[in-house]
Design a protein around this ligand. Structure first.
Ligand code: ADP
Ligand code: MG
Length: 346
């Protein structure tokens, strides 16, 4: 493993005696993207402001590219940290053109600044002709990309993005997210993005850090934190969960849903699965009814349907997510099958 580009150790911050960040550890590898995901008010912006240098930690350290930039007693000025920061409102200067916004902070003669602005516009997939426009003449997604270009202008080694896509509506959001992720990957700049949107974090990042009340509950790859959450909060925060009591013996969890492979020690616990891991197959009344459940409700969501199934009369109903083509009707008898492995929490 190479040395991390961003290395945060024991970072702690209170405002007026109210703890906001507690003992945060985070390493971000060069050229990668980490998403910090958490509910509103959990401390995400505060974390970015500490890294950028707009706040000083009460305890702990921040190192960027091997150089310590923050501790309770030492602080490197924000503009000397090699950090690009796109704040939550992403605000462009409304009275300046797009070109002037991007050129803000660039040095050199007019021609070289002009050339660099064109390059940066191209980098964020905007035509150079946009340089003469004012921010209000751009769509939300285009404004986001100009804000990114402005932050890239100083060639930061670390880019900090605070909920960059929140203001955009669904379609534009997915497209802008892809464009920005591609740009950042191309420029090779290490990125830390914060968001309250789980799907965004899971889809865009190489590493996801789940934040709750100023601490990380789990840090790992998107697949790891989604498929193998280490606690109930993380499991439920990242998506819908099925939770049923189980008993583990030799790496197999026995529950009302049958036998499911798990990585867990022997004993009782709670089996956690994602709704898409369950498949409900309709059975005819004539067969044997062992392990057969009843559909209690069908919720149409467009491309998916959620089936609420009473599993064989035992335990609480479970919710199955499947494609919405010809779902079983209410009261249908279904057999539930589990795909993949589960997680056991005790
Ligand atoms: P998030 O970005 O996750 O929504 P913030 O980091 O903005 O969360 O805020 C976390 C908590 O810290 C909130 O309770 C907020 O009110 C508080 N807070 C943030 N900045 C300050 C400040 N400068 N002074 C006092 N309290 C603050
Ligand atoms: Mg915030």
């Amino acid at each position: 493993m190479t040395a991390p580009l961003l290395d945060i150790r024991g970072l702690t911050k209170s405002f007026a005696g109210h703890p906001v960040l507690a003992d945060i550890d985070l390493q971000v590898q060069p050229g990668s993207m980490t998403a910090v995901v958490g509910a509103s008010g959990c401390g995400k912006t505060t974390l970015l402001r500490l890294i950028a240098g707009f706040e000083t930690p009460d305890a702990g350290t921040v190192a960027i590219a091997g150089r310590q930039v923050a501790s309770p007693t030492t602080s490197v000025a924000p503009h000397r940290r090699g950090v690009g920061y796109v704040a939550q409102d992403g605000a462009l200067f409304p009275h300046l053109t797009v070109g002037q916004n991007i050129a803000y902070g660039l040095r050199g003669d007019r021609a070289s600044v002009r050339r660099r602005v064109d390059e940066l516009l191209e980098t964020v997939s905007l035509d150079p002709s946009y340089a003469s426009r004012r921010p209000h003449q751009l769509s939300g997604g285009q404004q986001q990309r100009v804000a990114l270009a402005r932050a890239l202008a100083r060639q930061p080694v670390l880019m900090l993005l605070d909920e960059p896509f929140t203001a955009l509506d669904t379609g534009l959001r997915a497209a802008t997210r892809k464009a920005v992720a591609a740009t950042l990957a191309e420029t090779g700049v290490t990125t830390l993005l914060v968001t309250h949107d789980q799907e965004e974090a899971l889809s865009i990042a190489d590493q996801v850090a789940v934040m709750r009340d100023g601490h990380f509950t789990q840090v790992g790859s998107p697949q790891e934190v989604y498929r193998h959450p280490t606690d109930r909060f993380t499991a439920e925060f990242l998506g819908d969960c099925i939770a049923v009591p189980c008993v583990v013996t030799g790496g197999v969890a026995d529950s009302v849903l049958g036998r499911v492979p798990v990585r867990a020690n022997d004993g009782p616990g709670t089996l956690i699965l994602r709704p898409e891991q369950l498949v409900a197959t309709v059975v005819s009344d004539s067969g044997q009814l062992d392990g057969v459940g009843t559909v209690l409700a069908v919720e149409f969501l467009g491309h998916d349907v959620l089936l609420t199934v009473d599993p064989a009369g035992e335990g609480a109903p479970v919710v199955v997510r499947q494609h919405s083509l010809s779902p079983p009707p209410i009261d249908a008898k279904v057999r539930l099958q589990v795909i993949g492995d589960g997680v056991v929490l005790t």
